[in-house]
Design a protein around this ligand. Structure first.
Ligand SMILES: *[C@@H]1O[C@H](CO)[C@@H](O)[C@H](O)[C@H]1NC(C)=O
Length: 145
């Protein structure tokens, strides 16, 4: 039993050294999801067909049509730099939110589409966004508004 315990500790140590187990595993998963759902630096602003295509491509139309989603058209470094601005309050009351002005496309479901054929109205603009960040260095983990 003791041997087994030692072995698992050694294995954990090895995995940690290899960088396979990180203390911020959940955080990194949230960051990856944020990238998938909200970051598209290649576009500058999209029309309805952009939303229809991207909501599908970024896997937000699987089981139901996600009703509202924002794509940010800035590179990830600019978005991450928003994390180092002054903290403000998130919608859930936590104080790990930050605001910045960026180019976005807001996609809003039309209300009469069915997954996986979700249909969206787009609204491209330069506007203030609020994102939640976590970690050290801080990384965006949630799009607040
Ligand atoms: C938005 O996009 C335009 C055109 O690509 C660019 O000139 C401008 O700097 C961008 N604005 C912001 C806030 O990034």
């Amino acid at each position: 039993m003791a041997l087994q315990k030692t072995l698992s500790l050694l294995l954990l140590l090895l995995l940690t050294l290899l960088g396979l187990v990180q203390p911020s595993y959940g955080q990194n998963r949230m960051y990856q999801r944020f990238l998938r759902q909200h970051v598209d630096p290649l576009a500058t602003g999209g029309d309805d067909s952009y939303c229809n295509l991207m909501m599908h491509r970024r896997k937000m139309t699987g089981f139901h049509c996600k009703q509202f989603n924002t794509f940010i058209h800035e590179d990830i470094w600019s978005i991450r730099s928003i994390c180092s601005t002054t903290n403000i309050q998130c919608k859930n009351g936590k104080m790990n939110c930050h605001e910045g002005v960026v180019n976005v496309t807001d996609c809003k479901e039309t209300g009469n589409s069915r997954a996986p054929n979700c249909r969206y109205r787009s609204m491209a603009s330069t506007r203030r966004i609020v994102i939640a960040c976590e970690g050290n260095p801080p990384m965006p983990v949630h799009f607040d508004r």
